[in-house]
Design a protein around this ligand. Structure first.
Ligand code: HSE
Length: 435
């Protein structure tokens, strides 16, 4: 069998992980396979600084110009691990035009340009593999694309961002506020120096776009995903929710309902005993509901050089052995424009809600607030009110039964106008059935 010649573009944490697996002291693939990938070329902006530290064989072409790899006739598979959408888009497009198969970890590229890149790959008879783009080392793409192919997927609930899961876990377990934990995460290198795409939920939305398109074979615009991050989360809400039996997670959710498709990323309260509530720290977890399998959950390292490289090497082998292309050619989603679907407006979704109010401690306040809630078709399931004075009033916590988000926002708008309500009113969605 012809060797699989690989060109690596990007020698950061993940690219270094790929190099270590392919060229490690005892390369694991040789123990298992007759035909193994051969790393032929590496391109990186800072190759002259990085390569000498890696003791690379002189037969490997080292360059700071991606074109030297993309235009190299010996190379069969391009591994793109530079991230972002500028150079990466060019690398993938040119790589395909030059007849290379592509392995990428780039969730943003696929969430935003996936449809056109898949179309191009089909036109030129090549394939794009992207296991590493969602949840690093967890084989969630293969699970949806291969293992669960016989299922009509009903819903997906994912903790798909390690940085935010680290922050929320630390806030809950160590009783520290958001700003303090974020600073620690940056210091330890878990969070990027600019962690905005992580904390504002965009990174999770990119991953949700990929999972949902694969799971349903439906087309939607990335912008139609509702997205709320964790930067406004208050430690006191985590503590009250804990008293009520809930854990706070940033969830990426897709659900197929009779109204259309729900696609949303937001902080979500989960019952303490739900399997996703136990996914802690930088780990990721994805909970999938299918009509045949019922519920299944995958969890593990969602980021990190070696974990992500584990998925990339699996893709290289699949492409090299010719396993990836038949599926790529057959999967309707990659092959032709999938069916457009209606994404349900966030105001139309139905959920349970946690409310946090600060109110004056005088007679009639509870009646006024619960009156407005009731008039907006929302049922109250539980209430906490302690006597302590905070922020110029007493905290009033409520949990609702299932309610329409549009009604919830209308009620909150009316409650905010009451003189007895002091400061901000906050709400967090609760998912306790996960079906
Ligand atoms: N920034 C991402 C995370 C890395 O924190 O999960 C992997 O996509």
């Amino acid at each position: 069998m012809k060797p699989i010649n690989v060109g690596l573009i990007g020698l950061g944490t993940v690219g270094t992980g790929v190099t270590n697996i392919l060229l490690g002291e005892k390369p694991v693939l040789e123990e298992k396979l007759e035909c193994v990938p051969v790393l032929k070329a590496i391109a990186d902006r800072s190759i002259s600084a990085k390569a000498p530290k890696m003791n690379l064989d002189s037969s490997i072409l080292l360059t700071d110009n991606p074109d030297d790899v993309i235009n190299n006739e010996d190379i069969d598979v391009i591994v793109e691990v530079i991230g972002g959408t500028d150079t990466a888009l060019n690398v993938v497009q040119k790589g395909l035009e030059n007849g290379k198969d592509i392995v990428t970890a780039n969730k943003e590229l696929l969430a935003v340009y996936g449809t056109e890149l898949f179309e191009k790959a089909c036109q030129v008879g090549k394939c794009i593999s992207f296991e590493a783009s969602v949840c690093g080392g967890i084989p969630v793409i293969a699970t949806l694309k291969d293992s669960l192919i016989g299922n009509r997927i009903k819903s997906i609930y994912g903790i798909v961002n390690g940085t935010t899961n680290f922050i929320l876990t630390k806030m809950a377990n160590h009783n520290v506020d958001y700003g303090t934990v974020l600073a620690e995460a940056q210091e330890k290198g878990y969070a990027e120096s600019n962690p905005s795409k992580d904390v504002n939920g965009i990174d999770s939305a990119h991953k949700l776009a990929i999972l949902a398109k694969l799971a349903y074979g439906l087309h939607f615009d990335f912008e139609s995903i509702y997205c709320d991050g964790i930067s406004d989360i208050q430690l006191e809400d985590i503590c009250y929710a804990n008293q009520l039996g809930y854990t706070l997670k940033l969830l990426a959710i897709s659900k197929r309902t009779s109204l259309g498709l729900e696609l949303r990323v937001h902080p979500t309260l989960l019952s303490h005993d739900h399997p996703l509530a136990t996914v802690n720290g930088v780990n990721n977890g994805v909970y999938v509901v299918g009509d045949a399998i019922g519920q299944i959950m995958l969890c593990g390292p969602g980021a990190g050089g070696m974990a992500t490289a584990s998925s990339i090497v699996a893709d290289i082998v699949d492409v090299g052995l010719g396993k990836a292309k038949p599926m790529f050619d057959n999967f309707r989603y990659f092959k032709e424009q999938p069916i457009d679907t209606k994404v349900i407006d966030i105001l139309e979704i139905s959920s349970r809600y946690y409310f946090h109010f600060i109110v004056a401690d005088i007679p009639g306040v509870l009646a006024k607030i619960s009156g407005i809630i009731g008039q907006n078709n929302i049922g109250i399931a539980s209430v906490i009110q302690h006597e302590e004075i905070r922020h110029g009033g007493v905290p009033l916590i409520m949990v609702t039964h299932q309610a329409r988000e549009g009604d919830v926002r209308e009620a909150i708008g009316q409650i905010k106008k009451l003189e007895v309500v002091k400061g901000d009113v906050r709400f967090i969605r609760i998912e306790d059935t996960l079906e």
